[in-house]
Structure formats: structure tokens, C-alpha cells
Ligand binder design. Structure first.
Ligand code: FAD
Ligand code: NAD
Length: 469
């Protein structure tokens, strides 16, 4: 039987938030596109086992917290009853709606979707292992968007009690004692979910701070809340050995001074980072290079060392975030269509959807200082925000970093209720070259949390209307 061959102008390998926007945009620009993914529908990690299912569960966690917080102003609902099967099935229905929508949008745009695993044969073709046997896809251009996978710790036993983020999102049962290894994005978001629905959660982080690398003035505010929510937060501590015993997993810990301890948990969630999916995709059959961490090396158009092949998203470097993948996907599609578009984002937002949320973008205070840029740091505490108090919340901080001489906004962050919805204003302000005056003299609606940005910008001149230091 002869092997089926498909010829296409653009092959997009991977249908996540990098790959599907790249495929859609290339099709909108008039190119003939084939999108290949191992899954039955486009969506990738983000829609099937990442951003979307985790945010659905985080919404449920938020409802539990809001109900509890309401007691302070006299509204009581009693203890929540959590039907985890119903919660898991609601989360699944959200994923299905969105991924069905993507399959529909691909069809409408006449993007040819091939389900199977693709391996590059060389710079002009890939072989896809489909359910009906191998299919050869010959392309003029290709966009690699193969994403990333969880880092695995070698000393963990193979056991259903050891979960990665995918298993944790399945919500197959509710462990009464959960250990989360890693105090980064996933550890804190999913730790918060499990703590909210009834698990006793311990987070162990090997470095000296949670969310290492993020502005600790912001993290401190979140950490205060998490301290009340989690059983333990153990910093500068490593899990060194895990043994499956009759009633769970016995874990050995070692702190920075070499002091050891042991504790037994029902389950472990491992969230110690992700690695790019760039092995076993046939890069060795091309001249494409990867860096020390395994990310594909590309230029500002996301073109690799093979001039007709582009790389985007988690496979192409940090930050490993969906919106960065999408932006790169659109750049690569435009480059495939012969446009001169290039990656020139001044600010990539990051949001961790805990309670409170934490979000930041652009240059941090530490980064500006390390570059020798003289900055003026303008913090505005949410305890002085009318809107925050009407929400029953005193915790929160907006912190803006301005270039001292010009007053231009270089970066900023927020921690507080809904911070993730507010960070877009800072991204836009940085992209537009806005100054403290622009932000302070833009009328923000009252009473809203967005006023904290205006008031932090007022601090550039020394004083904000609602805050006096
Ligand atoms: P992916 O989404 O990883 O998609 C790659 C696709 O390629 C997959 O479908 C894979 O099956 C397919 N593939 C791989 N190799 C092949 C091959 N050889 N042939 C065919 N197909 C292949 N980011 C955010 O911005 N916000 C969030 O709230 C957020 N939450 C997250 C929560 C969790 C639990 C996790 C794990 C991640 C989260 N992320 C979040 C990160 C986000 O999911 C990734 O940054 C994003 O999915 C990367 O997109 P991508 O297109 O590069 O790759
Ligand atoms: P992460 O890099 O955010 O955090 C991993 C943490 O584990 C780090 O703090 C690290 O110091 C710690 N660590 C590593 N090895 C350890 C060990 N042996 N013992 C204890 N701690 C250890 O990684 P993640 O949480 O796995 O998430 C992966 C990526 O997925 C993120 O970096 C982010 O790009 C993406 N993501 C984004 C979102 C979002 O945007 N809201 C949510 C989830 C995931």
C-alpha cells in the first residue's frame, strides 16, 4: 500500500495556543495550512490540561473563599459541600466547549487538521503517525509549536499517589493530606484549589522564596494569605526520598542546614517546572539548533536555522505562557506570508491566579537596578482603595516602576483581588511609552481597583489622593 502524501504551503506541528493561532492567522492571510496534533482536536496543553481546566477549578476555589469571607459582613452560607465528580465534569464541559469551538474555527478557515505524531524527515517534510498509518506532509514552510511537558523528579516512585499537573486536574479524589513539591505557578495555583476544596496542603520549595524571580514585595502579600490557607510552607527545603507505604507516601525532607525530617502524605503533586518538547521530533534531520535547556533557537521572526522553519511557544523559550505563544504564532504566520513582522514586545504579562492574584509585566525593580537605570518606585497599598474595602479586602498592592528622569513606565505589578484583569492596562501603557503623568491624569472609573494604578502613578510626584506618606 502506498503512503498517503499531503502537500501544503504551511505545516503547523502542534495545535496549542501557539500552533492554532499561527495556523488560523496563516489561513486568514491566504495560505494553505495543515495543522498536525497528537490530540483529536486543537487546544494543546493550555485548553486540555493547563490554563483552562485550572482556571475553572480556581473559580470554584474562589467561590468557596468568597462565601467564607462573607461571614465578616454578616452573610453566612455554612460549610460548602463539594461534589468533586460534578466539579470535574463541569470543568470538562468548559474544555469541551472551547476545543469544539477551535475545531469549528479550523474547519471554517479550511485548515486541514491531521491527528497524529509528526517527526521531521528533513527541512521539507514530516511523517505523521496517524491511526490509519503514516502520512507524509510535504511543506514549503513549517511552524514548530510542540510545547512542553512536566519535569519528572527521578526519585519518585511510579504510583497513582504521585501526580503531575495533568493528573491533579483530573480531580479523581480528594487527598486529605497533599504535598506539593515546587512553590511556583502550578504548585501555588493547584495547591490553592486543593486547599479550598478540603485537602490539608504542604508546599515545599527548595529556594528561599515562593515564585522565585518574581517581585517579593508582591509575593509577600500573597504569602501572608497562603500561610493561613496551607498547613505548611517549607522554604529552602528539598524532598529527597519518597517511599510508598501502606497508608500513603513517606517523604524525607532536607533543609538548607542539612537537617532531615520525615512525614507521610496521601498524595504528592510534583510541580517543579516544564521542559520543551524538542526531542524525538526529527530536529536531527535538519540544521535546527537547540540551546542548553533544549529550547529551539530562533530569530526575532521566530525563524530557526532552517530558513523555511519557524519555532514558537514553549518549545521556543521562556516565558512558557500561552499568550506569549499566541503572539509568536501570529508573528511566525506573518513571516510565512512574507511580511516583515518581528517579536518586539516590550512587556509580557504574567499572572498567577491564586487568592489574591499576583500579576506583573515589563521590567522589575531588581532588573532596572541591575541595568543601572535610575528608577522611582511607586507603591500604592490597597488598604487605601475604597473599592478593595467594599470587597471586604485590605490585602493588595500596586507597584509601578518608572524611569526617574523621563517618568516613563518601565514595569509594574499588582497583587490583590482580580490583579490578572488589571495587568493589561500596564502592558498597554508600557507598549505606548506612557509616563506617570499619562497614567495619573487618565480618568479611571470610581470606585474600581483600576484606580490603584492611577494613584500609584500619582505617587511619582510624591503623593496620591488617597494615600499620604
Ligand atoms: P502546548 O500547549 O504544549 O501545545 C503543544 C501541542 O503540540 C500539544 O497538543 C501536543 O500534543 C502537540 N505535539 C507535541 N509534539 C508533537 C508532535 N511531534 N506531533 C504532533 N503534535 C505534537 N499559561 C498561561 O499563559 N496562563 C495560564 O493560566 C496557564 N496555566 C497553566 C496551567 C497548567 C496546569 C499548565 C501545565 C500550564 C499552564 N500555562 C498557562 C502554560 C501554557 O499552558 C503553555 O505556555 C502553553 O500551552 C504553551 O503553548 P504551546 O502552543 O507552545 O504548546
Ligand atoms: P515553576 O518554574 O513556576 O515553579 C517550579 C518551582 O519548583 C520553582 O520555584 C523551583 O525552585 C521549585 N523546585 C524545583 N525543583 C524542586 C525540588 N526538587 N524541590 C522543591 N522545589 C523545587 O514551574 P511550574 O509550577 O511547574 O510551572 C511550569 C510553567 O508552566 C510555569 O513556569 C509557567 O510558565 C507555566 N504556568 C503558567 C501558569 C499561569 O500563567 N498562571 C500556570 C501554571 C503554569
Amino acid at each position: 500500500m502506498s503512503q498517503e502524501t499531503i502537500q501544503t504551503q504551511v505545516a503547523v506541528i502542534g495545535g496549542g495556543p501557539g500552533g492554532y493561532p499561527a495556523a488560523f492567522h496563516a489561513a486568514d492571510l491566504g495560505l494553505e495550512v495543515t495543522m498536525i496534533d497528537e490530540g483529536a482536536k486543537p487546544g494543546g496543553v493550555c485548553l486540555f490540561r493547563g490554563c483552562i481546566p485550572s482556571k475553572a477549578l480556581l473559580h470554584a476555589a474562589g467561590v468557596v473563599h468568597h462565601a467564607r469571607d462573607a461571614e465578616q459582613f454578616g452573610v453566612s452560607f455554612g460549610d460548602p459541600e463539594i461534589d468533586i465528580q460534578k466539579l470535574a465534569s463541569w470543568k470538562g464541559s468548559v474544555v469541551k466547549k472551547l476545543t469544539d469551538g477551535l475545531a469549528f474555527l479550523a474547519k471554517k478557515r479550511k485548515v486541514n487538521f491531521v491527528q497524529g505524531r509528526a517527526v521531521l524527515d528533513g527541512p521539507g517534510s514530516a511523517t505523521v503517525e496517524t491511526q490509519n498509518g503514516p502520512v507524509k506532509v510535504e511543506f514549503e514552510k513549517a511552524i514548530l509549536a510542540t510545547g512542553s511537558s512536566p519535569v519528572v523528579l527521578p526519585f519518585l516512585p511510579k504510583s497513582s499517589r504521585v501526580m503531575d499537573s495533568t493528573a491533579a486536574l483530573e480531580l479523581s479524589d480528594l487527598p486529605s493530606k497533599l504535598l506539593v513539591i515546587g512553590g511556583g505557578y502550578i504548585g501555588l495555583e493547584l495547591g490553592h484549589v486543593y486547599a479550598s476544596i478540603g485537602s490539608r496542603v504542604t508546599v515545599v520549595e527548595m529556594l528561599s522564596e515562593l515564585i522565585p524571580g518574581a517581585d517579593q514585595d508582591l509575593v509577600k502579600v500573597l504569602q501572608k494569605n497562603l500561610k493561613g490557607e496551607f498547613d505548611q510552607i517549607r522554604l529552602k527545603t528539598k524532598a529527597t526520598k519518597v517511599e510508598e507505604v501502606s497508608d500513603g507516601l513517606k517523604v524525607a525532607f532536607e533543609d538548607e542546614n542539612g537537617k532531615t525530617s520525615e512525614e507521610t502524605f496521601d498524595k504528592i503533586l510534583v510541580a517543579v517546572g516544564r521542559k520543551p518538547n524538542t526531542k524525538d521530533i526529527g530536529l536531527e534531520n535538519t540544521s535546527i539548533e537547540v540551546d542548553k535547556k533544549g529550547f529551539i533557537v530562533s530569530d526575532e521572526q521566530r525563524r530557526t536555522s532552517e530558513p523555511n522553519i519557524y519555532a514558537i511557544g514553549d518549545a521556543a523559550g521562556e516565558p512558557m505562557l500561552a499568550h506569549k505563544a499566541t503572539y509568536e504564532g501570529k508573528i511566525a504566520a506573518e513571516a510565512c506570508a512574507g511580511k516583515k513582522s518581528a517579536y518586539d514586545a516590550q512587556a509580557v504579562p504574567a499572572v498567577i491566579f491564586t487568592d489574591p492574584e499576583i500579576a506583573w509585566c515589563g521590567m522589575s525593580q531588581a532588573e532596572a537596578e541591575s541595568k543601572g537605570i535610575e528608577v522611582k518606585v511607586c507603591p500604592f497599598p490597597w488598604a487605601a482603595s475604597g473599592r478593595s474595602l467594599t470587597l471586604g479586602r485590605k490585602d493588595g498592592l500596586t507597584k509601578l516602576i518608572f524611569e526617574k528622569e523621563s517618568g516613563r513606565l518601565l514595569g509594574g505589578g499588582l497583587v490583590g483581588h482580580g490583579a490578572g484583569e488589571l495587568i493589561g492596562e500596564l502592558v498597554h501603557a508600557i507598549e505606548m511609552g506612557s509616563t506617570a503623568t499619562d497614567l495619573a491624569w487618565s480618568i479611571h472609573p470610581h470606585p474600581t481597583l483600576s484606580e490603584t494604578i492611577m494613584e500609584a502613578a500619582e505617587m511619582f510626584e510624591g503623593k496620591a489622593t488617597s494615600f499620604f506618606k
